[in-house]
Structures are given as C-alpha cells and as structure tokens.
Design a protein around this ligand. Structure first.
Ligand code: GDP
Length: 376
C-alpha cells in the first residue's frame, strides 16, 4: 500500500474508535432508571386499565455531602424533656393527684376533668380514676413514692406496654418492604417520611422514596430535599399525575436497586370518603402487583385532639392501618390522644414526632412515654 492508502485506513480507524468511545460514555452517564424500559402495570381486570405508569422523572443523584442522623438514645432524652410535668397538661394533671393533701371527691372530680380535657378520653379517664381510687383508698398519697408507682402502673396499662410497636420492614421474597404513609395534609406526612428515611439510613438500610402526593408540587420537592440530604433517591411524577403510577414506579425502582425499604407519600385530601377510598385503594392495589405493602402508617397531628380522631376514623374505614404516627407531640398537644386513638382504631402508636428538627422522630415506647409524663 502506498502512503495515501495508509493515511485513509488510519483516519477511518480513528473515526471508528472515537465514535465507539462516545457511545460508551453516553450510555454510562445515563442513570439506571433511564436505561430501563418503562414497565407498565399489567392490569388484572378491565377496571384498572388506568394504572399504567406515566412518565416519571429520573431519580435524583445523591447529595455530595451526606448528613449523619442522630442516634436513638439522645432522641429519647429529648422526649423526656418535652413531655416533662411542667410542660404538658396531661402530665400536670397526673402529678396533681400526688401533691394533694387529701383525696376527697372534689380532688378526684378535678383529676377526671383535667384528664378528659387532655384528650385521654372519657372511658380511659374513668378507668384510671377508678383504679387509682381503689388502690389509694387506704394509704392515700401519704407515701408519695408508692402513690407514684401505683399511678405509673395504671397509666402504663392504659398505654399498652405489650403492644407490638415495631415497624414491619421485612420485604417478601427478597423484595423491599413497602411503607405507605397516609393522613390529612398538614399533619406531617412528608416531614415524617424524611425523618424516617434518616433513621433507616442510620441503620444502614437502603431506601427509595415515592412522591405519590402529585397534587402539590411542593410536596414532591420537599420530599426530594429530605432524600437528597441522606443520599436517598426520590421517584417523582408530573404534577397532577396519577399517584398510583408514581407509587408503582417507586416500588419498581426499589426492586431494581435491591433496596430494603420503599416509603410512599400520599396526598391527604379529605374530599369525599369514596374519593379517598378509590385513591388509596388504587395505590395499594397497584403497588401490590409488585410487592406487598408491609406497613400502612396513619399520620395524626397530636395537637388537633378530637378532630384528629375523626380523621383517624375515616382513614381506618378506607385502608387497613397498621401503625399510627403522632406528630407534633412537642407543641400544644396534650398527650392523652395516644391512649384514645389506640383504643379507637385498635392499632398501636409506633412513632412520635417531637419537633420540626431533622431528628425529631422517636419510636414510641410505652414505658418511656409514661416516665416522661411523670417526670417532675
Ligand atoms: P404533610 O402535608 O402531611 O406532608 O405535612 P408536612 O410534612 O408538610 O408538615 C406540615 C408542618 O408540620 C411542617 O411545617 C412541619 O415542619 C410541621 N411538623 C411536622 N412534624 C412535626 C412535629 O413533630 N412537631 C412540630 N412542631 N412540627 C411538625
């Protein structure tokens, strides 16, 4: 070959190498979800043809500097401080009995009235009062240590020390656990999911968030911000899109990534009961085409008292709740709602929110709660 032929062969070889490199680099740069074909949900019956996932935004890249969540032990110390006697009306009501000179009818009447106005509910208040009257009938409160122990014992019985409050985070057949979070807007769903993701990350679990509250762009934005801070991806959909499609995509992402837990945020519009039932029912059905929902957490704002209970009843009628999260137990919440809502729904309080701080979420423990209330 003469030198011109060599030159042509050389140039062609260079073009082939450069083109190949560009294709390779571009493929690698795509996030995993974009390499995957969109997986439509196979409808089981004609009634659910509308569950085919729409376009869902590419999951976000993890933040560069990740935060380290606070350890559970120091969170418990905060629980004690925030619920201590002088700060909380229920605690003040309970402790008042111990400082009474004589336990006459008037003292017991006042005690009952305070507990009822502290959201404990009429039934539990009467049970507690009757048990205390019986047990303190002979010695009264002359021995404050004994009286306090009696009060602690009876209160603990009301709160339910034997209830299983652990989150079911055991996915089936190697699939991720799926936690569905429901509740009226403003109760703290998004914030709680963010805090929970931090707790799970601290426990070395891998998490995917699903922003199925597609009615408020801000909700998805807020959720993604929480996720970014601890390196957890958030699957989002178009504003006003089908929430079930986003939930589906999030669980699919969790399965593809081999994640431990997928947490799905939902919109909490208490429009009509049928509307809510249709929406949450559909989300759950669509998710369960991929993996079982292992935990349905109902968010209740502890400061809303009776209103919160009314909301709880509606949600319990439309979806099977497996755990309650009481948010804002730090603020003007009276605390007694813990007992009342458990009675109403027959479901344990599993987590409590104690503030707006990133680590202000604590697993609920009956003993710690009662001890915090009875701290002078
Ligand atoms: P969502 O509409 O149910 O998703 O509610 P958000 O998560 O947006 O929370 C509504 C407001 O409640 C926000 O301002 C949160 O910071 C606040 N919030 C959430 N949990 C707590 C809590 O445990 N204590 C206090 N004090 N505020 C909280």
């Amino acid at each position: 070959m003469d030198w011109i032929t060599w030159l042509i062969v050389g140039v062609l070889a260079l073009v082939v190498v450069v083109t190949g490199t560009i294709v390779l680099v571009r493929r690698r740069a795509l996030p995993p979800a974009q390499q995957r074909p969109e997986l439509p949900a196979e409808p089981e019956s004609g009634a659910e043809t509308d569950v085919v996932p729409e376009h869902v935004d590419a999951p976000v890249a993890p933040a560069t500097t990740l935060e380290r969540p606070e350890a559970p032990a120091t969170r418990m110390a905060r629980l004690r401080r925030r619920l201590a006697g002088s700060n909380n009306p229920l605690a003040r009501g309970l402790l008042s009995i111990l400082s009474s000179d004589r336990l006459d009818a008037e003292v017991w009447d006042d005690f009952e009235a305070t507990l009822i106005t502290s959201d404990l509910g009429v039934g539990p208040t009467q049970e507690l009062t009757e048990a205390l009257r019986r047990e303190l009938a002979v010695d009264g409160v002359s021995d404050p240590g004994h009286a306090k122990a009696v009060l602690r014992h009876e209160l603990l019985n009301l709160v339910g020390p034997a209830m299983d409050r652990s989150l079911n985070l055991q996915g089936a057949d190697g699939k991720p656990a799926v936690v569905l979070v429901v509740g009226v807007n403003g109760t703290g769903k998004t914030t709680t999911i963010g805090k929970l993701a931090r707790v799970l990350v601290a426990e070395e679990k891998t998490v995917v968030l699903g922003a199925a509250d597609t009615f408020r762009a801000a909700a998805a934005e807020q959720l993604q911000t929480w996720g970014d801070r601890v390196g957890v991806p958030t699957v989002r959909g178009p504003e006003g899109g089908d929430p079930a499609a986003v939930a589906y995509q999030a669980v699919q992402r969790g399965i593809d990534d081999g994640a431990d837990v997928v947490i799905v945020d939902t919109a909490g519009r208490l429009h009509t009961k049928t509307g809510l039932m249709d929406e949450l029912g559909k989300i759950k059905r669509v998710i369960e085409k991929l993996a079982p929902v292992t935990e349905v957490l109902l968010l209740l704002d502890a400061t809303t008292g009776q209103n919160g209970l009314i909301q709880a009843r509606v949600f319990a009628e439309v979806v099977q709740i497996t755990g309650i999260v009481l948010s804002k137990l730090d603020g003007s919440a009276k605390g007694g709602i813990v007992v009342q809502v458990q009675r109403e729904l027959g479901v344990p309080v599993k987590l409590i929110g104690l503030g707006e701080g990133v680590d202000d979420l604590v697993p609920f423990e009956a003993e710690a709660f009662v001890d915090a209330l009875l701290t002078d």
